[in-house]
Design a protein around this ligand. Structure first.
Ligand code: SF4
Length: 645
């Protein structure tokens, strides 16, 4: 459909590369990358992770979709990443458009431009890429000559702030969804593109699984709240459903992981060992929107690790999920893999681990073939009361026992992750983080008999997210966050006996407010994003590029026209009656259940994990026709039968 020339821009780009930092990131040709014949394909996707190559390349979501699409006959997918400002400037001067790294074709020449947003801080990078690609920023200004701009990833569960810039959004798992979209576009193209862009978007919207913002009108109340979001075309559903892939063993992707050319944030092979989490931590959007839990089988994991290692040559395997030690057969998985790869010295890592699911036997298996690096635990809340509010059922005793066993078994470094600004939190709750850290050091010294052990307390600001029980909660202002953390820092530093063994890392509260604005924003926030982009905003997830002052200045310029401001979106508590901007996007969670869980949080009442207790009716399984899939399967990882295949 796009009419723009699809010829490679590499000759023009090559001339610019000697003048930019890390030019290797723009040349493509990584091990396991794919370039399919352009002319022989009917549907062509450009896939973007809207951040720099070093962050974007290891992104599992994009890697999976890239492979799933390229396996299809007549379909191709290429990758594009955000270019750094040095190259952007040169590209603008020399009229080189946003390009894919695989065959260096202009993004504007593809049928679909899919962006995966794991964070809202990538929105300005999307606008930069659209503009560089020659694609009008506003969807309403695009014609049949432009690609369809498709948003996905966790941030797409509330795409309203970017509703004017995208053509459609997909919520939930992407594997099957991209193939369904591809089929609709392929059929429409084969028919000669009847009805143009509007028609293909209407066909997508009518599937019920693709959200097309232009087919919904948002009506507002005089006080600025939303009155309702209503379809403006017949046949378009009132609510758009999320996609859920059942049986991960049928989707063993990536089979051929990409091996980066330039340095990236993760230099390892990753295998997703399960998807979803039902622990019920109330702050955790990822856990809420990816329900239910679906485990990959132990044999499925073994097969993926073996094939992936052979395909890449990586020396480390990351076992990914939202809480990896919760896999019902994690002990057998870790032992089986450590045994199998003992001679090759392949290291294993579990990037996210819960204190109560962790045991030192497991840690010993994980480090048997590799380095014994630090351990990270995330109690999230400093006081027992706070942990009840957030439903993180970890007792201080559990934590101390686990951490001192780790110190006793030879670990010297432990990182403890907490949040500040949680609902109902007081200074006292946060100051208890210091008490916990000093107990960790005291017990650790006793268990290890050494005085050189260390703990680092790392603190992030809490941002209330859509589709969680905290979606109604007021966010703490940056001033209050900073003041609370300053008191904590003083308490830790003032401790003569243990303070020197405790590191303290925290970010100021300002970036969290911008994230909060974008997370719970509505269509009116699009004006802020555009103003920030036009003022030069890029790479907002990078401290050296992020400018709080710019965001606030642009918000002050644009939001008063709508009678709202940044506080209205962030520090304001919502009521039960309020229509939320994302209410028409169905994550499966029952809104009344979320509200009850919010009330339970305020009462400090905990909820169990439905993996091991009866279903507590969050709504996901019946509404999405899904179910919890967990082991044990009773199978063992060995014997090995996949080598050489
Ligand atoms: S519907 Fe029930 S079993 Fe399914 S995720 Fe929700 S609480 Fe768990």
């Amino acid at each position: 459909m796009p009419v723009e020339s699809a010829a490679s821009v590499f000759p023009q780009l090559e001339a610019l590369l000697p003048h930019v930092q890390k030019p290797i990131q723009y040349v493509g040709g990584e091990l396991n990358s794919t370039v399919k014949p352009w002319e022989e394909c009917e549907v062509r996707w450009a896939l973007m992770y809207p951040d720099a190559y070093e962050v974007g390349l290891p992104n599992q979501g994009v890697m999976i979709l890239y492979e799933v699409l390229n396996e299809r006959d007549g379909v191709l997918a290429e990758r594009t990443y955000s270019v750094w400002p040095d190259l952007e400037k040169l590209m603008r001067e020399h009229e080189v458009p946003q390009f894919t790294v695989d065959s260096h074709r202009p993004v504007g020449a593809f049928d679909l431009f899919g962006l995966s947003f794991s964070t809202e801080l990538g929105y300005t990078n999307m606008l930069a890429a659209l503009d560089l690609a020659g694609i009008p920023l506003e969807a309403a200004d695009r014609t049949v000559a432009h690609p369809l701009v498709v948003a996905g990833g966790h941030a797409a569960f509330n795409p309203e702030p970017v509703a004017d810039f995208i053509d459609c959004a997909v919520i939930g798992d992407g594997e099957q969804a991209v193939l369904e979209i591809t089929d609709v576009v392929r059929a429409w193209k084969a028919e000669g593109m009847p009805g143009g862009r509007d028609e293909v978007l209407l066909r997508l919207a009518k599937t019920g699984g693709v959200y097309v913002p232009r087919f919904y009108d948002v009506e507002y109340l005089p006080d600025g709240r939303i009155a309702r979001t209503v379809p403006n075309r017949s046949g378009v559903p009132w609510r758009v459903s999320k996609h859920t892939v059942m049986d991960l063993d049928e989707w063993p992707y990536p089979k051929q992981p990409l091996v980066p050319l330039a340095e990236t944030v993760h230099e390892r092979m990753s295998v997703e060992i399960f998807r979803g989490c039902t622990r019920g931590c109330r702050f955790c959007q990822a856990g809420m929107i990816t329900r239910p839990v679906r485990e990959r089988s132990i044999t499925g994991i073994g097969d993926m690790v073996e094939k992936g290692l052979r395909a890449t040559g990586f020396e480390e395997v990351g076992l990914l999920s939202l809480s990896s030690a919760d896999h019902s057969e994690i002990g057998d998985v870790a032992k089986g893999l450590a045994d199998r790869y003992e001679e090759e010295k392949i290291g294993l890592s579990l990037p996210s681990t819960r204190v109560d699911a962790f045991n030192v036997d497991l840690a010993n298996e994980l480090t048997r073939n590799g380095r014994r690096s630090g351990l990270t635990f995330a109690p999230e809340g400093g006081s027992e009361r706070m942990r009840k509010v957030i439903n993180k059922m970890v007792s201080e005793e559990d934590l101390i026992r686990t951490v001192s066993t780790a110190y006793g078994n030879g670990w010297r470094q432990v990182k403890l992750y907490f949040m500040c600004g949680l609902p109902t939190e007081t200074d006292e709750d946060v100051l208890q983080i210091a008490d916990m850290a000093t107990r960790v050091i005291a017990e650790g010294r006793a268990a290890s008999g050494r005085s050189d052990i260390r703990a680092t307390v790392s603190i992030g600001g809490f941002v209330p997210k859509p589709h969680t029980p905290f979606q109604w909660a007021p966010q703490l202002s940056p001033e209050d966050t900073d003041a609370r953390l300053a008191k904590l820092r003083d308490k830790i530093r003032g401790d003569k006996k243990y303070g020197r063994s405790i590191g303290f890392r925290y970010h100021d509260g300002k970036p969290g407010i911008v994230e909060g604005l974008l997370s719970r924003g509505d269509r009116r926030v699009g004006a802020v994003i555009r103003a920030v982009y036009e003022d030069g905003g890029r790479f907002d997830g990078w401290r050296e590029y992020f400018s709080y002052d710019r965001w606030m200045a642009c918000a002050e310029k644009t939001l008063p026209a709508f009678g709202v401001d940044v506080d209205w979106y962030t520090t304001r508590e919502r009521s039960y009656e309020e229509v939320l901007p994302w209410d028409h996007l169905d994550s499966g969670l029952d809104k009344d259940w979320l509200w009850e869980d919010w009330q339970d949080a305020l009462d400090e009442t905990e909820v169990e994990d439905c993996r091991w207790t009866p279903c507590f009716d969050c709504g996901v399984c019946p509404s999405m026709q899904t179910e919890i899939q967990i082991g044990p399967t009773g199978r063992k990882l060995l014997p090995l039968s996949v080598a050489g295949k």
